[in-house]
Design a protein around this ligand. Structure first.
Ligand code: NDP
Length: 245
């Protein structure tokens, strides 16, 4: 039996890209999924697909920038399945631009979704995981959480923050048997780059993404981290296309 069988897994940003691929991968290995994002129609379609393939999933329209909505999401998982084994803090946005363009709204969006969303997710599941004396939080950082490129400054700042938060969580909760995993992808095919409107940057980024790998590659990495025995924590993985410098 897979070590993912019957684990209750909350996935944010499950309506596309990496979150959607992770949902399908984990459902095929027997997880009980709680899918979250803002686009309910997409979540409904994914839930139906998972159920038609014999998997288990529920969904809730959730904006990760709302602390209340994240708490309600965790409550739903508990009501429905009685425990929370894993949170995949995957929701993220990447509207790259140069600092001098002062796209303050985009900065705020990245900080709200990529940093506060991750913290609200942790806040929502931590009391339950501490009580259970077991749990696993998987946070999506990026290669931009390791290296800063011109034009990706604010995004990189948020992804460095995700790594800092993950490492702090690991240290604080190791004694409570709670695992912390950072996943840092390189270029992955998804809807992420659609939000980039700065035409001084977009063509260069599209070029990098010509060599992007499928979201399935990241989904498999997420599954690998979850399926380890409880006393083994995969703390960090960087997954790039082989051809990406
Ligand atoms: P997508 O744009 O395909 O998916 C992003 C997901 O986040 C969507 O499901 C979207 O759903 C959700 N989301 C965005 N804002 C919110 C919000 N306020 N509340 C709830 N959900 C939200 O991109 P990816 O799948 O590529 O991105 C997933 C993660 O991987 C992100 O954290 C990203 O930074 C990271 N990453 C991706 C890389 C790549 O090359 N693709 C590289 C490195 C890291 P909805 O709009 O329905 O709310």
């Amino acid at each position: 039996m897979s070590n993912i069988q019957d684990k209750v897994v909350i996935i944010t940003g499950a309506s596309s890209g990496i979150g959607e691929a992770a949902a399908k991968e984990l459902a095929s290995k027997g997880a009980k999924l709680v899918l979250a994002a803002r686009r309910g129609e997409r979540l409904k379609k994914l839930q139906e697909e998972i159920q038609n393939n014999g998997g288990q999933a529920i969904y809730k329209v959730t904006d990760v920038t709302s602390h209340d909505q994240m708490e309600e999401l965790a409550e739903l998982a508990l009501q429905e399945f009685g425990k929370i084994d894993v949170l995949v803090n995957n929701a993220g946005v990447m509207p790259h631009s140069f600092l001098y363009k002062k796209r303050i709204d985009d900065w705020n969006k990245m900080i709200d979704v990529n940093i506060k969303g991750v913290l609200y997710g942790i806040a929502a599941v931590l009391p339950t995981m501490r009580e259970q004396k077991s749990g696993h939080v998987i946070n999506l950082s990026s290669v931009a959480g390791h290296f800063v490129g011109a034009g990706s400054t604010v995004y990189a700042g948020t992804k460095f923050a995700v790594r800092a938060i993950s490492e702090g969580l690991r240290k604080e909760e190791a004694a409570n048997n709670i695992r912390s995993t950072i996943i840092s992808p390189g270029a992955v095919t998804s809807e992420l780059i659609n939000a980039i409107t700065d035409m001084d940057l977009k063509p260069g980024i599209e070029k990098i993404y010509e060599g992007a790998i499928d979201a399935d590659a990241i989904a498999r990495a997420i599954a690998f981290a979850i399926e380890q025995p409880a006393d083994v924590a995969i703390n960090e993985m960087i997954i790039r296309p082989t051809s990406q410098e």
